[in-house]
Design a protein around this ligand. Sequence first.
Ligand code: NAP
Length: 306
Amino acid sequence: MKAIVLEQFGSIDNLQFKELPVPQPQAGELLIKVVFAAVNPYDRKVVEVFGKEAGVQLPVVLGSELSGIVEATGEGVTGFKPGDAVCGNLGTFGGCYAEYAVVKQTDVVVKPAAVSFETAAAAPVAALTASKAILDEGGLKAGEKIVIHGASGGIGAMAVQLAKAAGAHVTATASGKNEARIKALGADVFIDYTTQDFTTLIKDADLVLDTVGGKTQEDSFIILKKGGRLISLVQPPSKEKAAQYEVQAKMIFGGPNAGRLEKVMQQLAEGRLKVTVEKVYVLSDAKEALLAMKNGHRTGKLLLNP
Ligand SMILES: NC(=O)c1ccc[n+]([C@@H]2O[C@H](COP(=O)([O-])OP(=O)(O)OC[C@H]3O[C@@H](n4cnc5c(N)ncnc54)[C@H](OP(=O)(O)O)[C@@H]3O)[C@@H](O)[C@H]2O)c1
């Protein structure tokens, strides 16, 4: 099978489009024929920024979310059979940038017929990370004020919808070209960070979701009310600032959660959640997709089609 393989950390130029043997499913695993794999910022960061510290053993096939068709099942698999359409978030480098991937049966769910393969590949990481961040760790309640930084991104756009559905008042920050799309997803207030200073426009927020980091994260302490919460997906917030402003602040990580993914697929099937796909690349153009991701300012998810 064809796959995108990393043999050396440092640059996305090190990625190779190679022929590999089709992996075989072990007990509790499924062999999936990949229909789409999604490209995430983390894929590039492991290659170019985190390297060995991410705990990834080389060589490795990139990609942590996919949609596809079950080709074969390992011993002890229940609930899936060859021919089933499935999708999932497999966690760090689950081998999705390939024609075939082996996945744990506990990491994937059956794709509803009403959800396209594109949507099913684009939603898992964003939906599971956003819901863990704002609902589980952030404890968002109806009537609270949430600020979502990077609302134009994969995670942010999902967080806007989940926060609105939870009954919160949603303020979204992103660049201006995204305003109509993000308001249509449920943002009550949109702030264009390229022309406006959010610290002068927001006060007494209950919860901030930070998908940007740096100065955006630092300035977010100013807009929280006492006892408020800051959840970052990109860098650990300052403990000193949290104490100074009397707020709780932490960085969290998403990950597989099949129980919740089933509900997400249902919400997508019923049109209660939406995912935007910006572009589909062929598998051999994975470097180009990762470069587009690195350059930023995406307007939707990027997918690979083997
Ligand atoms: N901790 C975890 O488990 C976890 C899981 C998934 C992702 N992440 C991380 O979360 C981050 C977001 O992921 P993603 O997939 O949503 O990325 P993404 O699709 O690239 O979205 C990031 C968005 O932020 C916007 N942005 C950039 N600078 C901004 C600023 N100063 N203020 C407000 N918005 C700004 C960008 O677009 P515009 O500037 O054009 O508006 C972009 O659309 C990444 O760093 C990723 O690695 C962490």
